[in-house]
Design a protein around this ligand. Structure first.
Ligand code: SAH
Length: 205
């Protein structure tokens, strides 16, 4: 069985993330974001089912994504795929007093996340029970946009909602995904790949 310390040791030895991210990981308890029956598996390095065909992502995947997002205090963030709210909670801790807007298409999961965030006493996240595939125009522009569900194609359609020099991170692909980091600049978009990952699909009309 893995412990929190095992994960931290692995990330430090492999230079996966900054100390700032490790500090946030220590503070936000993953056990607050999973069903009670899985409490003993909270720090296993794998995704865990949260029902409705959704999962709370693998800790190492989340940490790699947090690092790639280059989060800064005061950032305004859009997350698509709230799930348990755990990833949103880590982001919120890293950007506060900035705000995370998070969209979840399944009503029961949006509620589950709300409750989890209450337990964890995190206030700078606003959850909307809504299809996120078109973003959230009301609060644009965002410093960062992150998808935690797999996009069939590169989500260029949301770049309008991103600030200049903003970053969008999305797993893209049908069965297995490449994690793509899109950096919006004056000239256009720069795309980097962080490698292969597996996510539940983004539901689209
Ligand atoms: N970030 C989550 C894990 C998300 S799993 C966590 O930390 O726990 C992916 C989530 O995306 C699922 O909850 C799924 O219901 C949601 N989802 C899928 N398609 C969506 C869409 N079009 N808009 C918003 N949420 C969507």
């Amino acid at each position: 069985m893995n412990t929190k310390q095992d994960l931290i040791k692995y990330w430090k030895e492999n230079n996966i993330c900054s100390d700032k991210i490790i500090k946030a990981f220590k503070k936000i308890k993953r056990e607050n974001f999973i069903p009670k029956s899985l409490i003993n598996e909270a720090y296993e390095d794998r995704p865990l089912s949260i029902g409705y065909n959704a999962t709370i992502s693998q800790p190492t995947t989340i940490i790699i994504m947090l690092q790639a997002l280059e989060l800064k205090k005061g950032d305004r963030i859009l997350e698509i795929g709230t799930g348990s709210g755990y990833n949103a909670a880590l982001i919120a801790e890293l950007v506060k007093p900035g705000i995370v807007y998070s969209l979840e298409i399944i009503k029961e999961l949006a509620k589950f996340a709300e409750n989890n965030l209450k337990k964890a006493n995190i206030k700078n996240i606003k959850i909307f029970n809504k299809d996120g595939s078109k973003g959230l125009k009301e609060y644009q522009p965002y410093n960062k946009i992150v998808f935690t569900a797999a996009c069939k194609e590169i989500p260029y359609n949301l770049l309008d909602q991103l600030k200049e020099n903003g970053i969008s991170l999305a797993p893209v692909g049908l069965y297995q995904q490449k994690m793509l980091k899109l950096i919006k600049n004056k000239e256009g978009v720069e795309i980097q790949s962080l490698g292969d990952f597996l996510f539940v699909p983004l539901k689209q009309d």
